[in-house]
Design a protein around this ligand. Structure first.
Ligand code: GAR
Length: 203
């Protein structure tokens, strides 16, 4: 199996995935590439320098309309196809077009910093604070054509403290993100999930 990790920034989820791959925790991984839509994403240097992983920068052109086609061409050039790969979104801050998602049906995985279906979209941690919830968390899910709506693989709860700021809450959630993303990829690579309707069950 080949893995493409798509990032836009810091890349801490990417890093925990690369550590797990390097440690042999995810079965049958052949090639790994990291792709960013931003040339300044700090994660790019981590991938190259700390892990020796090939990186690609795929920048959006002016109106962004052809981005997904360009991305798909680059991925395919690097042997990332539906039949042999997983695409892991790790803080990739672009919405992928339905054509792209359909071309990699059930092969795109995302991490989101809330207990979906609560707090979809941007600034999920801020949304949780504003809503006054006492528990939030993170979700690993397959990507479908909706925004943060695909079948859920794993979730973890995180308490919200009375004195939390966006930063303190985000940091507490991030620790759990790193754990469940790797765990979900381990289970996926070992074929331990079965899709029943919109429910992902473990087998
Ligand atoms: C993570 O918190 C991830 O859940 C979030 O962006 C951050 C990326 O951090 N993603 C989303 O909000 C997607 N809707 P990282 O670059 O350190 O992994």
């Amino acid at each position: 199996m080949n893995i493409a990790i798509l990032i836009s920034g810091r890349g801490s989820n990417m890093k925990s995935i690369l550590q797990a791959i390097q440690g042999g925790e995810i079965e049958g991984v052949k090639d790994v590439i990291v792709v960013s839509n931003r040339s300044t994403a700090p994660g790019l240097e981590i991938a190259r320098k700390e892990f020796g992983v090939k990186t690609l920068i795929v920048l959006p052109e002016e109106n962004g309309q052809m981005y997904d086609k360009k991305l798909m061409t680059e991925l395919q050039r690097n042997e990332i196809f539906e039949h042999n790969s997983l695409i892991c979104l790790a803080g990739f801050m672009r919405i992928l077009k339905p054509e792209f998602i359909k071309a990699y049906k059930n092969k795109i995985v995302n991490i989101h910093p809330s207990l979906l279906p609560s707090f979809k979209g941007l600034h999920a941690q801020k949304q949780a604070l504003l809503a006054g919830v006492k528990i939030t968390g993170c979700t690993v899910h397959l990507v479908d054509v909706g925004i943060d709506t695909g079948p859920i693989l794993l979730q973890e709860c995180v308490p919200v403290h009375d004195n939390d700021t966006i930063e303190s809450l985000s940091a507490r959630i991030l620790i759990e993100e790193h754990k469940i993303y790797v765990k979900a990829l381990k289970l996926l690579s070992a074929n331990k999930f079965l899709l029943k309707g919109n429910r992902m069950v473990q087998i």
